[in-house]
Design a binder for this molecule. Structure first.
Ligand code: XMP
Length: 220
């Protein structure tokens, strides 16, 4: 994934025509498009090959199973044309290793969830977040998913993983996080869903976030 606009669209619409329309509109403003269960369950896995012409596709399936099943899932997703898969880290080193090894063979990327962006992540997940980040770094995953809603955690996770791994951060906009705060905390890419796909002008909204990101980088 090329680091250009540093913006990833989270495309959680259900209709494939709408998904294509929005992807076409924001192409050029985003470095990747993240698809997940809502769109894929509604439109089928083949939606990935329809969208990949607009931007690289990250499949957010938060894969969380035993190593063999994890590998089977990632194989299907890579075969469908995705460039990257988001997997959970809490399942442990062997489950993660199955995904990372396959991605290495296929020259694809794995992003590992550390702690999630919503308030409930504080109940159980946050406690394991730093250990998961270290495990992702030890296994040379491509990067981790860390919450834009908690820039201080992004900073801590960056210190743990160093500069080799990327951080992608959801939680900007609808969940209250700010793109510039996340970038200043050490995020490589912000992930934005509702603020883009629910906008009357997704391209204009995306361009606005990219301007904000470029300004904070220039001023820093
Ligand atoms: P919104 O509409 O809130 O969409 O901008 C956010 C998108 O990101 C997903 N999401 C996460 N994915 N770890 C992840 O791997 C997280 O902590 C996380 N928080 C939100 C969410 O499903 C939606 O697609």
């Amino acid at each position: 994934m090329e680091k250009n606009t540093r913006l990833i669209l989270a495309l959680d619409v259900l209709d494939s025509d709408e998904a294509i329309r929005i992807s076409k509109a924001v192409a050029g403003h985003v470095d990747a498009i993240k698809v997940g269960y809502p769109l894929v369950l509604a439109s089928g896995l083949q939606i990935i090959e329809k969208l990949v012409k607009y931007a690289p596709i990250i499949a957010d399936f938060k894969v969380a199973d035993i190593p063999n099943t994890n590998r089977l899932i990632c194989e299907q997703v890579f075969d469908a044309g995705a460039d990257a898969v988001i997997v959970q880290g809490f399942t442990g080193h062997d489950s993660l290793e199955a995904c990372v090894e396959l991605a290495r063979e296929r020259k694809k990327d794995i992003f590992v969830v550390t702690e999630m962006s919503h308030p409930g992540a504080l109940d159980l997940m946050q406690e394991a977040g730093k250990a998961i980040a270290k495990m992702a770094a030890d296994q040379c995953a491509s990067g981790v998913v860390a919450p834009a809603t908690r820039p201080e955690r992004v900073k801590q996770i960056r210190r743990i993983i160093g500069e080799e791994l990327a951080i992608i951060s959801p939680g900007v906009g609808a969940q209250g996080g700010s793109a510039s705060d996340a970038i200043m905390a050490g995020t490589d890419w912000v992930i934005v869903g509702r603020s883009l796909y629910q906008s009357a002008d997704p391209a204009g909204a995306a361009a606005g976030i990219v301007r904000e990101i470029k300004k904070v980088i220039k001023d820093s």
